[in-house]
Design a protein around this ligand. Sequence first.
Ligand code: FAQ
Length: 319
Amino acid sequence: MELTERFEDTIARDQRIEPRDWMPDAYRATMIRQIAQHAHSEIIGMQPEGNWITRAPSLRRKAILLAKVQDEAGHGMYLYSAAETLGADRTELTGKLISGRQKYSSIFNYPTLTFADVGVIGWLVDGAAICNQVPLCRSSYGPYARAMIRICKEESFHQRQGYELLLTMMRGTDAQRRMVQDATDRWWWPSLMMFGPPDGESPNTAQSMAWKIKRHTNDELRQRFVDMTVPQADALGVRLPDPDLRWNDRRGHYDFGAVDWSELKRVIGGAGPCNAQRVEHRRAAHEDGAWVREAALAYAAKHTEGAESAEPAAPREVA
Ligand code: FAQ
């Protein structure tokens, strides 16, 4: 069988493409692009919530938040490893992130103004991430699909902890309920934007669906998220900030209002409320970590001294 035929046959049979298999250059480039953007999102995604670790209202909430942010670092690490199986270099990927040549999710360019934002990020942002990522557990690239299984398990836990925090606040004072409503009002529309541009304006969807990298279109997943979230908002007692949101019996789905796509374009283009701050923070962390990378290199060199292969191990990126 020809290489291309074998690749297409593997995809058609719903089998996985593995690192040593032949794959078209464009498939490899698409996978590196998506996995790197996903990894960068997890790493940059530590910042909005990390902002509240020192100000968490109790030891219990601080421990939960620390664990969650640490999980996000772990997700970034699995994903960078998955990108490395395609021949990408982790240091180069970080370089592309901090120089603005690679993207990360628009959602992390919004500020976290109160502690209710921590709960709403768990509920809506992790909720949207799960909707998007559960189908990616069946993505055609093996290392990505397998990383996604563990990531999704952890994200579901994050979503539940966020929802539990909000339930607690809703049972509290009027001021706490107002904080939850205000955070919901600010995060609802950006959460819908996480799924990407509408299908008609999504240049990558058709090919990624054909290669079974993506299993659903952006609009299908956005609709699934709305349908899943409306009953959760009702149970919580918050109002979603969309006057056009209503059940459509004929479609069997919730109708919802028009998303402001110009805002998504602006935020992806670098002009969101926190873009500059997020990238600058990541750049500074990378520079501050240089001594750790140097120490790891020196340690590896020392341990290979005298060994048959004097090649020092490649340095590992430190988040
Ligand atoms: N933000 O043709 P499409 C998390 C870009 S979850 C920024 O539709 P595609 C967990 C897109 O990359 C968040 N850029 O692209 C967490 C493309 O750019 P390019 C991360 C966006 O790839 C929770 C261009 O626009 N999740 O981190 C966005 O087929 C809580 C055209 O778009 C993933 O990355 C956006 N919202 O579909 C952490 C999931 N939307 O390179 C902390 C994996 C689109 O062509 C706290 N990724 N773009 O110039 C995916 O499923 C897909 O890549 C999509 C985009 C659906 C994001």
